[in-house]
Design a protein around this ligand. Structure first.
Ligand code: SAM
Length: 402
């Protein structure tokens, strides 16, 4: 039943705000009802995000947040080490669909991360994970003074770069550890300016930064070099704990494509005569001009080139040779999953008996795998990070603060 509420004693400034904020054509009563509904739904979201996550983890467990989450390569790698995901951010509708299907629909924030009210929404966590897009910065550098000294920290409009969304959360939530991932050329991007801003900003936030380029070919049959950046909060770790960290030693012998190729791929993955002819002509034309650009044909005993987000176009960067039987073919989406390391072990961990289900079109699936991080590499890097985190948690448990 509808109730009537009379409110007396409203401050002048509040009454003025109400009059100014009320959209034209909406009655004052309807506007106040709207404000109440918004406050209620916000409270519910905050409750959902913060339930059970107000406190940091005990030794042996850790909580993580997954920013620029894509389909959750970071999520799988860190969950396999005993971590619990308490928040994810991904604005692409299709990637969020896959993420929800594979990791559960809870905790996904699907708006632009730059609009995120991190103070209210992001729960406490031990590890911040982010495979952020690489963009040039509009400013030359960020010193400790100008990044942290100002009242609004990173809210400067000029700093709308997505990297700063990570920094805002780091500044307010102070995760003990962050693991960031990016393309190999991050350090040379924009003539070194991008890396300069990133490393100076992390340093100004009082994080000790370690970085290394890692080739996923040691874990999956794909040459895929990415830079991993591991950051430890200097206020939460002893220097000797940080010194314990080293990047993982890769397994000595990586797998070949025969470990992921399927026996009976559907006909739709075979190249048509026209496309195959076109790709061969295109490659010949470029070869004649002295360019090496073209398709790559691979077989069961090879490893592939890097699969990019453009693989859906014609698949030419990785074509499976089928001599004496058919034209070459592109990878099937489930082969693409395994090429990235989204394997049966991770599928089983997520409750799927026969691999990860595909909940989007082939086009979206290829894009998603091409953009993702290999969960196997994440598990290897994360495993080294977790050792350091546990050493610190144990020290804290014994009551020894920094
Ligand atoms: C390089 S991909 C990261 C993929 C992820 N590591 C994985 O394993 O799938 C970057 C992701 O950031 C998302 N993204 C880009 N800009 C964003 C924004 N402003 N807010 C939220 N997500 C964003 C993209 O949709 C994309 O999925």
């Amino acid at each position: 039943m509808a109730k009537t509420i009379l409110v007396r004693g409203i401050d002048d400034s509040d009454a003025d705000w109400l009059a100014a904020a009320k959209p034209p054509g909406v009655s004052q009563t309807e506007f106040i009802k709207q404000l109440i509904r918004e406050a209620k739904s916000r409270e519910a979201l905050e409750q959902k995000m913060n339930d059970k996550t107000k406190t940091k983890s005990a030794p042996g467990e850790f909580r993580f947040i997954d920013l620029f989450a894509g389909i959750g390569g970071f999520n799988l790698g860190m969950r396999s080490l005993g971590g619990e995901c308490v928040f994810a951010s991904e604005w692409d509708k299709y990637a969020a669909q896959t993420y929800a299907a594979w990791h559960g629909p809870d905790h996904i924030y699907t708006d632009d991360i730059r609009l995120l009210d991190h103070e209210a929404i992001v729960p406490e966590h031990d590890v911040l994970l982010a495979g952020f897009p690489c963009q040039p910065f509009s400013i030359a550098g960020v010193s400790k003074k100008n990044s942290l000294g100002r009242a609004h920290g990173f809210d400067d409009a000029k700093q709308g770069n997505l990297f700063f969304s990570i920094c805002k959360i780091a500044e307010s939530k102070r995760p003990p550890v962050m693991i960031l991932e990016n393309v190999k050329n991050l350090k040379s991007h924009d003539k070194g300016n991008t890396w300069k801003v990133i490393s100076e900003t992390l340093d100004a936030l009082d994080y000790e930064v370690r970085s290394q380029i890692i080739d996923a070919k040691h874990w999956v049959p794909q040459h895929r070099e990415r830079v991993f950046i591991v950051c430890f909060d200097r206020n939460q770790f002893l220097p000797e704990e940080i010194e314990q960290f080293s990047f993982p030693k890769p397994p000595s012998k990586g797998p070949k494509l025969n470990s992921i190729l399927e026996d009976e791929p559907e006909q739709k993955y075979m190249l048509t005569d026209n496309l195959w002819k076109y790709l061969q002509n295109y490659a010949a034309k470029h070869k004649a001009k002295g360019n090496g650009f073209g398709f790559q044909l691979v077989g069961p005993n090879d490893i592939s080139r890097t699969m990019s987000a453009r693989y859906y176009k014609d698949g030419s960067e990785i074509l499976i040779d089928q001599p004496g039987w058919n034209n070459p073919r592109r990878l099937t989406p489930s082969e693409a999953a395994k090429l990235m390391g989204f394997n049966q072990r991770f599928a089983k961990m997520s409750g799927f008996k026969n691999g990860f289900p595909q909940v989007v079109s082939d086009t979206q699936a290829y894009k998603q795998f091409g953009n993702s991080v290999s969960p196997l590499v994440v598990a290897a890097v994360g495993g080294e990070v977790v050792k350091v985190l546990h050493a610190r948690n144990l020290r804290l448990k014994k009551g020894k603060s920094k």
